[in-house]
Design a protein around this ligand. Structure first.
Ligand SMILES: [Mg+2]
Length: 289
């Protein structure tokens, strides 16, 4: 309880110290109120959570969420960097900026990542419910796997949340363990789609040599059935768009209608045929072109 009060006090002090220096004149007053209000509300929300029951996967304990001053640590606007990543304005980056490791960690482990995922999935569910399914079993929803259906956060939490250079050997060892949990919101969408009569397919950048581990992991995470699981032939190059769009074209040629397409990378979604609608779930930890 004492810790909770101390946290709230820290938040109030932080909120009151917002100087709005990025805005001048009347704008600074406009900015102050909602910012302070949001920070206090976010802290109150966290105080209500029973964090002690949450699985601890990293010592980095989320305090204020990514909306707090962590985003401006060392003067680096990590929140702006993340927005540019999500909107595909920032491309071809290899690692999270070192000064944003803490920001991305708090974003992923705090409530922000899950809230953002919730918004995406709520939109997808609302869209799916409007679908006029033909009842011929040919309507399919395509899911990516890593950071979409399955979350590799337990791995990335131990590798700088994307601030450390990607190590294929280490990551492949993790994949073989088949222990990645589902991203809960996406698993919820998966169940909803099945209940609506939509078939589900997975098209992943994982190599076909990892098929067994991937099937095992999907099942243990709660994905109990699917129409098709497509893994990337090891002989193919690294470019994702031609591979994934080519696999989607094969589905269309086989008479399927791709009603939805969801991934954490733009390369999961771009390239005809994209599907009737695309949905991007957040991922500030790595870029796959
Ligand atoms: Mg992915």
């Amino acid at each position: 309880m004492a810790t909770a009060k101390l946290l709230l006090l820290m938040v109030l002090v932080a909120a009151s110290s917002c100087d709005g220096s990025a805005w001048r004149g009347p704008l600074s007053r406009l900015r102050m109120l909602p910012t302070a209000q949001y920070v206090v509300e976010a802290a109150a929300e966290r105080l209500k959570e029973d964090v002690s029951s949450a699985p601890l996967i990293h010592a980095l304990h989320p305090l204020l969420g990514s909306a707090g001053d962590f985003s401006r640590r060392a003067g680096v606007p990590c929140d702006s960097w993340r927005l540019a990543v999500e909107t595909y304005n920032k491309r071809d980056w290899t690692t999270v900026p070192a000064s944003c490791e803490g920001y991305v960690g708090h974003y992923m482990l705090g409530g922000h990542y899950r809230r953002d995922s919730r918004v995406v999935v709520d939109e997808a569910v609302a869209y799916a419910e409007t679908l006029n399914l033909g009842g011929n079993g040919k309507e399919v929803w395509v899911f990516d796997i890593d950071e979409t259906s399955l979350s590799n956060l337990p791995y990335y939490a131990n590798h700088g949340f994307g601030a450390q250079p990607y190590n294929a050997t280490n990551f492949d060892e993790y994949v073989v363990n088949a222990t990645a949990p589902a991203l809960p919101e996406v698993l919820e969408l998966y169940e909803k789609l099945l209940s609506l009569g939509t078939k589900v397919m997975f098209i992943t950048g994982r190599h076909d040599t990892e098929k067994e581990a991937t099937i095992k992991n999907l099942r243990s995470a709660g994905y109990h059935t699917w129409e098709k699981l497509v893994l990337k032939p090891s002989s193919l190059g690294s470019s994702v768009v031609p591979y994934k769009s080519g696999e989607r074209q094969k589905l269309v040629d086989a008479g399927y209608r791709i009603v939805g397409n969801m991934g954490d990378q733009w390369s999961d979604l771009l390239g005809a045929p994209e599907g009737d609608r695309t949905f991007k779930v957040p991922d500030p930890m790595y870029y796959v072109g």
